[in-house]
Design a protein around this ligand. Sequence first.
Ligand code: ADP
Ligand code: MG
Ligand code: MG
Length: 252
Amino acid sequence: MLDIRNLHVSVDGKPILKGLDLSVKAGEVHAIMGPNGSGKSTLAHVLAGRDGYVVSAGEVLYQGSNLLELSIEERARQGILLAFQYPVEIPGVANVYFLKAALNALRRHRGQPELDAIDFLTLIRSKLKQMEMDESLLYRPVNQGFSGGEKKRNEILQMVLLEPTLALLDESDSGLDIDALKVVAAGINGLRSPQRAIVLVTHYQRLLDYVVPDQVHVLADGRIARSGGRELAIELERTGYGTPADHQGRQA
Ligand code: ADP
Ligand code: MG
Ligand code: MG
């Protein structure tokens, strides 16, 4: 599904990714770990098509075609979704309208009929139940006054609703208590499917107790420094990343 070869990316003239290689097959979950500032978010943002990143070398193939040529909208249409794309608060806009607008925009782009209010409500209620979220969250302004855990759940809810082909999750576990972590993990596990790939950026091994990845990669100095199975994450939790940046990471 995703083939990244020798990817070099700069931000504000500063090289961040320096020859990154990564292959992800449909059905797989890959965890990207690494010290703070190693470029994990940069990788997720570049794949989603965010502005401000300059690709100076390398290629990214998504389902066999050149991803880097596609606009952010086209990537979304083709099923690439970055969670926490809209982590901001949107005062005055009820969450239910926001989620419905997001889903219907995607359905329009995909040539599918839009859902009316009643069909949408039926769908979103089933997803809320899956996420153990209270329905009152639908009628509050987007993210406003949400606790950290509620925001993260809302972000996973958006994923579960929009059913991406390639789901990119950046630090979906940060700031969660153990109960919220389990719910978010259940949401992510619910996204697992033979047709879908999930790239999970995470700082800590904890989430990987609940979402068992097919592969774990360590990003260091702009490249994948190590790859392995779940046991690599467990080892890292014990030993740290072994770089000076690790100490920065521990503070974050
Ligand atoms: P991570 O997600 O692994 O913590 P990031 O991808 O956020 O790392 O950042 C990688 C590096 O790029 C860091 O050194 C960070 O300071 C730098 N960086 C990220 N965004 C910008 C930006 N907009 N301008 C300048 N430097 C940036
Ligand atoms: Mg960071
Ligand atoms: Mg980051």
